[in-house]
Write a protein that binds this ligand. Sequence first.
Ligand code: ADP
Ligand code: MG
Length: 182
Amino acid sequence: MRLFMHKTSPNFCTQPISDGSHRVVVSLGSNLGRRIINLHTAVTALVKIAVSDVGCSAVYETNPVGYLDQGKFLNMVACFHTQLQVRELLSYLQQVETACGRRRTIRNGPRTLDLDILLYDQEYVCYRDLQVPHPRMWQRGFVLVPLAELLPDTRLLGGETVYQLAKSWVATEEVRYVGRFW
Ligand code: ADP
Ligand code: MG
């Protein structure tokens, strides 16, 4: 498996924001239907709310986590600037999931499209239905490995960087590089 570092980081992912927009990082996943088409549809939808380029990681194939009796996922992450507030962003992402045929059945079950907000500026958000940074992102190889392409040096609360955390997944074969589509 390949783990990129810095090579693909778009500048806007790491530079300070001064225009009133918000830097967001979203994770994308699909294990049902035409998975790569679903990811492409999602990126197209993100472009519509972005006021910057949309920086995309490569796509990785990953084993399901939690509920194991389901197909493999394709995962990637995207980083961009938007004018949307964080709750507006969640609502938009859920509409995109639904438009892509997402049915909410079992928790962690198969889905045509899963869009999660990983980071929103440097903010900590805690509502019943929305926590940012995403509380489980630091233990998920399918998030950390693609995220290490875009934000390798990011860390929370004095912990390890994304790159350091992602490295421990490299030997596991749980997260396999597929390719770059954008
Ligand atoms: P998961 O993404 O954890 O596999 P779901 O996609 O089914 O699970 O989401 C379950 C709920 O998680 C959503 O209804 C949403 O309200 C909530 N949620 C909490 N924090 C976030 C976040 N950062 N991004 C997206 N959804 C979130
Ligand atoms: Mg989700």
